[in-house]
Design a protein around this ligand. Structure first.
Ligand SMILES: [Ca+2]
Length: 207
């Protein structure tokens, strides 16, 4: 049974059970950055989940994701469009070891997510310190959890096929973590496997 679209960005504790409603603690990113917070989807310009996103023509793809790495000290995910990456490359999946140091960096992963069937997909995100997942033009889930072990959850209605995915991540200090789980039509809750993620083939043979 899948939840009704439009209930994006709920917050759960890592070991099961619902926390207080997400909006009860939803604030703009950065306002209280070290507390466990869920960012209300509308505040991030997230579209209502009312229609299935159509797939895109991805062309030739290979396994993995493209990433860009940024250095700086931020309390929440910065506007990476305004920043120059310090490095870039490819990763097999959402691998934050692409960061070149332990603290004060951000990563942006881009590629494609393969939806094997049309339906509602639920994504569960845990990030230390913060992260945001976009699919197509939708902000699916975002959290600015700091060091707490909670998952933020969001839904997106996808048509079968290939969809652009972007995951941004920021690490300020202390431990770091990024986990993305999903469930959907015919898919039980599990970490998003590398096999569901691809990137454009840039003629490097996937290297
Ligand atoms: Ca951290």
């Amino acid at each position: 049974m899948f939840r009704t679209p439009g209930t994006a960005n709920r917050r759960h504790h890592a070991h099961g059970g619902f926390s207080r409603p997400a909006l009860a603690c939803g604030v703009l990113a950065g306002a209280l950055p070290l507390l466990c917070l869920t960012i209300a989807a509308p505040l991030l310009g997230c579209a209502a989940l009312t229609r299935a996103l159509p797939p895109v023509e991805a062309g030739e793809t290979v396994a993995g994701l493209d990433y860009r790495y940024y250095e700086g000290r931020w309390r929440s995910i910065p506007d990476l469009d305004k920043l120059q990456p310090a490095a870039s490359g490819h990763s097999e999946a959402l691998d934050i070891s692409a960061g070149r140091r332990g603290d004060d960096f951000a990563l942006r992963f881009n590629g494609f997510f393969e939806a094997p069937k049309t339906g509602v997909y639920t994504f569960r995100l845990r990030a230390d310190d913060g992260a945001c997942v976009r699919i197509g033009d939708r902000c699916v889930v975002a959290c600015n959890c700091g060091r707490c072990a909670c998952f933020c959850t969001g839904d997106v209605h996808l048509k079968q096929g290939t969809h652009p995915i972007e995951v941004t991540y920021v690490e300020r200090d202390g431990p770091e973590a990024l986990e993305l789980w999903y469930e959907g039509p015919g898919i039980s809750r599990q970490p998003v496997p590398a096999s569901a993620l691809t990137r454009p083939d840039q003629g490097d043979g996937g290297e």
